[in-house]
Design a protein around this ligand. Structure first.
Ligand SMILES: Cc1cc2nc3c(=O)[nH]c(=O)nc-3n(C[C@H](O)[C@H](O)[C@H](O)COP(=O)(O)OP(=O)(O)OC[C@H]3O[C@@H](n4cnc5c(N)ncnc54)[C@H](O)[C@@H]3O)c2cc1C
Length: 288
């Protein structure tokens, strides 16, 4: 299929893009890497009358160091974020999760901003940005506002961004030295969206787990972080028994559904196996 006819506008700055969004309202959509939007247009799932191309805005793809955070421009391509020394050094959980995102050619075009704004709940990036406590900087007609990742991601392909706003930057706080982290996923083929994935951050002090953040995709829950699992680990001895108990909580709290890729029982098995693997690896990486 081919998309419905549309008008093409090339934005030369963020202000230019925001102005175009205000002028065209809900008839328009921003075009970043086009790796989600164009297939949806070809399938006629969406039919914007105006495409505002933000792929050539100078500086929108920059990755810089801010005050205790890595500042990633919304237009940074997946492969660039994944290979960035700054990201690898200060936010290794994000770099690691990126090794599971899509296929090489898609990562060459797709952007971190497009991924976040598209918000497929199976995507690795929103999950780890939530665990990392990232902040999203949005530009709109009244100026910029910052939204924590915790409250940005709503339902399936739903976010807190307004129709007249554009995501310009993602600020990801540095992971503290000594922190343990891990990301594991299972997909049908490498580069496909995950059936289930598990992400973990924690520290180990005096033989106990602290500062625990755990999240899953594919668990069928509304939120990305699982508070019940975090509570089952926080302050508890950093032992296999604690991990086994926490993983059981994850399975009990989950509500996965059957789909074309896997049935709910298999997803529960994955939650258990990937959750245990991620917790064990994070514990091994944490310095005591
Ligand atoms: C075969 C295949 C496999 C894939 N596998 C994975 C996977 O395993 N994991 C994964 O995470 N993703 C996967 N993807 C999706 C990929 O990561 C896309 O690149 C990404 O979801 C969209 O990024 P984009 O830059 O291409 O955005 P686009 O497709 O251009 O835009 C997507 C949406 O975001 C909006 N948008 C874009 N930029 C902004 C902005 N700055 N501000 C506000 N709104 C904006 C657009 O208007 C549109 O609604 C896959 C895609 C394909 C085709």
């Amino acid at each position: 299929m081919k998309p419905s006819p549309f008008e093409y506008v090339r934005a030369t700055s963020v202000a230019d893009a925001v102005k175009a969004l205000a002028a065209h309202g809900d008839r328009a959509k921003l075009l970043a890497g086009g790796q989600s939007l164009i297939p949806m247009m070809n399938f006629r799932m969406v039919a914007p009358e105006v495409l505002i191309d933000i792929g050539n805005i100078p500086g929108l793809d920059e990755i810089t160091i801010g005050d205790g955070s890595v500042q990633i421009g919304a237009g940074a391509r997946h492969n660039v974020v994944m290979a960035s020394d700054v990201v690898r050094q200060h936010c290794p959980l994000l770099a690691d999760a990126y090794s599971h995102v899509a296929h090489f050619t898609i990562r060459n075009r797709g952007t971190i901003g497009g991924n976040i704004c598209h918000h497929d709940p199976a995507s690795e990036v929103p999950l780890v940005l939530t665990l990392l406590g990232a902040s999203l900087v949005l530009a709109g007609p009244k100026g910029n506002r910052t939204v924590p990742a915790d409250t940005f991601f709503l339902g399936m392909m739903e976010t807190a961004i307004a129709e007249d706003e554009m995501l310009v930057r993602i600020d990801v706080p540095f992971q503290p030295a000594g922190e343990g982290w891990s990301f594991h996923e299972m997909s049908v083929r490498k580069g496909d969206y995950a059936i289930v994935c598990a992400a973990v951050r924690l520290t180990v002090k005096d033989g106990a787990f602290h500062d625990v953040r755990v999240g899953f995709n594919g668990a069928g829950t509304e939120t990305k972080r699982m508070a019940g699992v975090e509570q089952a680990l926080e302050g508890k001895p950093a032992t296999d028994a604690t991990i086994a108990a926490a993983v059981k909580v994850a399975v009990d709290l989950s509500d996965p559904s059957d789909d074309v890729q896997a049935d709910a029982a298999y997803k529960r098995d994955l939650l258990s196996a990937l959750g245990r693997r991620a917790l064990e690896q994070a514990r091994a990486r944490a310095s005591n």
